[in-house]
Design a protein around this ligand. Structure first.
Ligand code: ATP
Length: 973
């Protein structure tokens, strides 16, 4: 279907908007520019943009993906626990009907339980629906936050805008890693390769060509002079004029293919579904046992089957079935995860995949890039070294004012031709833009700035290149005039694998060595110094070219090591005269026999907050690892200053890593904390090696080729500012501020979420076990009737358990949350004593309430008792509810007593306990509620007795804490 001929901008999508010309692939560049009323050099004017926004609307897809509202609502009722409740409601209704036909019980509202259960089922469905649609909205908002930015030329200068602001006629700049934001006709391309899998399903990247002459019926995948929205630039650079935006793009036509932020169920949610199945099956077995056992007993006692006994047993079973279902739990889990993502985004960590919220807490290893994540990514050149001399450079930030010095004496750079050539190379072999702007301190995006009076100097593009522009600006060189003089006619772009880039320029300059001045073209190259030096046989000295001796080579490498050893990022520069423009395929042979110019060392200071974050990692049992494309010594110096490694620690280089087998690498990863000069494919091997060693690994990445490693990592983390769209797409989480410390904050939040989830599961399920056992005990002991009606049980599960559980979900972090080792992600939710706690507390809870039940039964059935003999049931109900209040307070901490925890640190819990207790008392003392819930008036003494029994659970939990403290201190001793 996709292969048919479809115009790029069909007019059929919108009747109100004017049509643009079709089939852009058949037009040449001039025609396309004319048709779209734009200019390749200066782009559109602000006014034109305004008009076109009015005319064509914003560049957004009308999202058709996702579930409809009805589907979300229906999904709520597919839960097995709710199905069981519906069955209970029906059976209960039938029983009521029978009893109504037999004359009915006096004063009882008929079908009360059925109505209540159905109300709960519906309410649960609505709540679930509201929460899920809120979650979907929140995820959509997160998606908008991570929506790509685009570089365009408007009003004659490059600017960065949001993808949705693109209009037809915009001149869009494309580079490796960018996701194309609109359909466009190419104007210029250099080695441009685009992966169009999103449209054509073809995984292989397509090489684009500007000049291709294409027939109208050329299939979509072969239109090599067009680029499409939603596809990814994997290599090279290009410029294109936007032809179609919004729904008038190829992607717009298949909008449902849009990759939404994934909202897959988290492992915990899956486990909770399994738990539901276990609970339902378990309760059905229990029900069967109670009914069959009860009937058998009655048969053995009386010698016949008794219908009355059966009815009573069915009622008991229904109550048990309701009691076993933790109705409040799914809502509490959803709320907790949603609140977790909100807290994380406030701390600059944007979650793209919901499971990351809970799994973050289990991270044992964080593999981080250096540049920008551990360092500030604000580069300032400090030294320049040619073969003969070393120059110091002064100045701050990107402001292009400062001095060149030799031995602390200011010099004029034009006096040193080789320095001047190097500075020219800095400007022309450069894709960044340095410009002055009124400060936009709140603005996000690829911006790094240095204030200068009212205005500040900002960088569009790579900060390394920005620093080079600022450096040459200090010698008076200016990009605009220089690039007019030396026009770029070809290039071999930078990639993390190549670690270098070259541009081929046409035009002449006085500064290059004399023999080069005659050549029509000159290629300037910059990159990793070792790599560049390898390709040089000569160097420039004054206006001459001299042969590089072995000693000079050694000196250069020594100087490189010195600069790198003091933490500087070092680049090497060289050039070469050319007689013709080389072909794209000849990059390896062309980048040979270069003329060496010198080294440039720039400071990229470590981020101040990272040292503390690294320290925190250590305390939390997490190992930070640095993986960088930079030089070993630079990496080592930065790693040491941040505390990631110690003096003398081993650094593994990309070259060494290359030689290791995967098994050998698995040995190495146990103790290596710095990997230097690595390529993205090495990152994948490192993650795999760590994972096979059982490490739960978070890995950062920003480039296109980091995507496989990000996908492989347990938590893939992309950079919000410098990250490519492709890396963001592959990640679980995006760092909005690119900061390592943010990862540590997110891990902390992940731990808090997980601890809170365990806390309220303990609380809720312990209570359910207690209820079921108490209900089952009544007929076994031989007390007439069911102690709790389904309605009362629903009340307990939803209100008296539900409200405090919600408050427990926002429990603040325990002080030791980042002082203990991570818990295994593969551990069962019931691990580390949670399962045994639940069963233990459930049994203690049941023993307390059964003891009260037996006592209350005989008390209310004693001769002379003046109240209603059924009052014992209300006493059981009240005790169960109030006991949970004490439990909620005690369960806040596993080891600290309630008096040791600040009661106001979670005011929600205090409120929840107060409100719930008041509501519970209202059920007993407000007559209409009393009659609806089937409770009886409790005298003050009876109430006090209930409170006394209730407090026993609290006392038990506190005693347990003391016992375990004593036990563990003895074991440690
Ligand atoms: P990290 O992986 O920690 O972010 P990095 O930024 O140094 O480190 P890369 O961007 O892959 O990693 O760079 C690898 C090497 O390539 C650098 O050390 C430098 O020598 C060289 N390099 C970086 N940027 C450029 C550039 N714009 N032009 C030419 N060479 C570059």
């Amino acid at each position: 279907m996709l292969q048919q001929t479809v115009p790029v901008t069909p007019s059929s999508h919108s009747n109100s908007r004017p049509a643009l010309a079709n089939a852009w692939h058949t037009l040449d560049v001039e025609k396309a520019l004319l048709e779209l009323g734009s200019n390749a050099e200066t782009g559109l004017t602000s006014q034109q943009v305004e008009e076109r926004l009015q005319q064509y609307g914003t560049n957004e897809l009308e999202e058709t993906a996702g579930r409809s509202k009805w589907e979300i609502l229906l999904d709520q009722f597919k839960n097995i626990m709710l199905v069981m409740l519906i069955v209970v409601a029906i059976i209960s209704g039938v029983l009521d009907l029978i009893s109504l036909q037999q004359g009915g019980s006096q004063g009882e509202v008929p079908f009360k339980d059925t109505i209540a259960i159905m109300a709960i089922v519906i309410l649960n469905g609505i709540l679930g629906y509201l929460q899920e649609s809120r979650a979907e909205k929140a995820l959509a908002a997160l998606k908008r936050l991570s929506s790509p930015k685009v570089r365009v030329i408007r009003d004659g200068r490059p600017v960065e805008i949001e993808g949705k602001q693109l209009v037809p006629g915009d001149i869009m700049l494309l580079e490796a890693g960018v996701q194309v934001s609109a359909d466009a006709r190419l104007i210029e391309a250099s080695n441009l390769q685009i992966r169009e899998a999103a449209l054509t399903g073809e995984a292989q990247a397509v090489t684009k060509q500007v000049e291709a002459q294409l027939q109208e019926d050329t299939p979509l995948g072969d239109r090599v002079n067009l680029v499409y929205q939603g596809t990814e630039v994997v290599h090279g650079r290009g410029t294109a004029i936007v032809a179609g935006t919004g729904m008038r793009t190829e992607l717009g036509k298949i909008a449902e293919m849009l990759q939404a932020v994934e909202s897959e169920p988290t492992p915990l949610q899956q486990r909770m579904t399994q738990l539901g199945n276990v609970l339902v099956t378990g309760s059905l077995v229990l029900v069967a046992l109670v009914i069959v056992g009860g009937m058998l007993k009655s048969y053995l006692d009386t010698g016949r089957f008794n219908g009355g006994v059966l009815q009573e047993l069915v009622e008991v079973s229904l109550s048990m079935a309701v009691a076993v279902v933790p109705e409040g739990l799914p809502a509490v889990i959803t709320v907790t995860l949603a609140l977790g993502t909100q807290r994380m985004v406030r701390r600059n960590a944007l979650i793209r995949k919901l499971p990351a919220v809970e799994t973050l807490g289990s991270v044992t290893t964080i593999c981080s890039d250096k540049t920008g994540t551990l360092t500030q990514n604000k580069m300032v050149v400090q030294h320049v070294a040619t073969v003969e001399r070393t120059f110091g450079v002064t100045g701050e930030g990107y402001t292009p004012t400062g001095e060149f010095k030799i031995d602390n004496q200011s010099i004029r750079p034009e006096q040193y031709p080789e320095l001047q050539t190097l500075l020219i190379a800095c400007v022309v072999c450069n894709d960044a833009v340095l410009q002055q702007e009124v400060p936009k301190s709140q603005e996000n995006g690829k911006r790094n700035s240095a204030t200068h009076g009212q205005q500040e100097w900002i960088i569009l593009g790579d900060p390394t290149e920005g620093a080079l522009l600022s450096l040459s600006g200090k010698s008076g060189l200016e990009k605009d005039s220089l690039t007019r003089q030396l026009k770029r006619v070809g290039e071999f772009p930078f990639s993390s694998e190549r670690k270098r880039m070259s541009v081929i320029c046409q035009g002449r300059t006085q500064n290059v060595a004399q023999h080069a001045q005659e050549s029509p073209f000159v290629m300037f190259t910059k990159g990793s110094p070792e790599l560049i030096l390898e390709r040089c046989q000569t160097y420039q000295q004054g206006d001459k070219v001299e042969t590089l001796t072995h000693t000079q080579r050694q000196q250069i490498l020594e100087q490189n090591n010195q600069m790198a050893g003091s933490g500087l990022r070092v680049l090497g520069f060289a050039y070469k005269p050319l007689e013709s423009i080389p072909s794209q395929a000849s990059e390896n042979s062309t980048e040979q026999e270069l003329i060496w110019l010198g080294l440039v060392g720039m400071l990229d200071a470590p981020r101040t907050e990272v040292r503390e974050a690294v320290e925190q990692c250590r305390e939390a049992g997490i190992r930070p690892i640095m993986i960088t494309g930079d030089h070993q010594l630079t990496a080592q110096a930065i790693a040491q200053s941040l505390g990631i490694s110690q003096v003398g620690d081993r650094v593994l280089s990309g070259q060494e890593l290359q030689r290791l087998s995967q098994e050998e690498l698995e040995q190495e990863v146990e103790h290596v904390s710095i990997y230097a000069r690595v390529s993205p494919e090495h990152k994948l091997r490192i993650v795999q090696a760590l994972q096979s060693r059982g490490k739960f690994t978070a890995m950062t990445g920003d480039g296109v080729n980091d995507a496989p490693a990000l996908k492989q990592a347990d938590i893939g983390i992309a950079m919000g500012i410098t990250g490519t769209d492709v890396s963001k797409e592959a990640s679980d989480m995006v760092l909005l501020d690119d900061n390592f410390a943010t990862i540590v904050h997110a891990v902390e939040e992940g731990r808090v979420v997980y601890t809170n989830i365990r806390r309220f599961i303990k609380y809720i399920l312990g209570s359910n076990i207690g209820e079921v056992l108490t209900i089952a005990a009544a007929p076994i002991i031989g007390l007439g009737g069911v102690p709790l009606t389904p309605l009362q049980i629903l009340w307990m599960n939803l209100v008296t358990d539900g409200l405090p559980a919600l408050a427990l979900a926002v429990e603040p972090p325990e002080p030791d949350v980042m002082k203990r080792p991570p818990f295994s992600p593969r551990e069962n939710i019931f691990a580390r004593g949670l399962g045994s706690y639940m069963v233990r507390i459930g049994i203690v809870f049941a023993i307390i309430s059964i003891a009260l039940m037996v006592w209350a039964y005989s008390y209310t059935h004693a001769s002379g008792y003046r109240g209603n003999p059924e009052t014992w049931k209300t006493m059981v109900f009240t005790t169960l509810c109030i006991a949970q209040m004490g439990h909620a307070l005690a369960v806040r901490s596993i080891s600290r007593l309630v008096i040791q925890v600040n009661p106001f640190s979670n005011p929600y819990l205090l409120w929840a306990v107060l409100v719930t207790t008041a509501l519970q008392l209202a059920l007993v003392y407000v007559p209409p509620l009393r009659s609806f819930f089937g409770t009886h008036y409790l005298s003050p003494t009876e109430l006090l007795i209930c409170l006394g029994f209730s407090s026993l659970l609290f006392v038990w939990v506190e005693m347990e804490k003391l016992f375990f403290r004593f036990y563990y201190s003895r074991r440690r001793a």
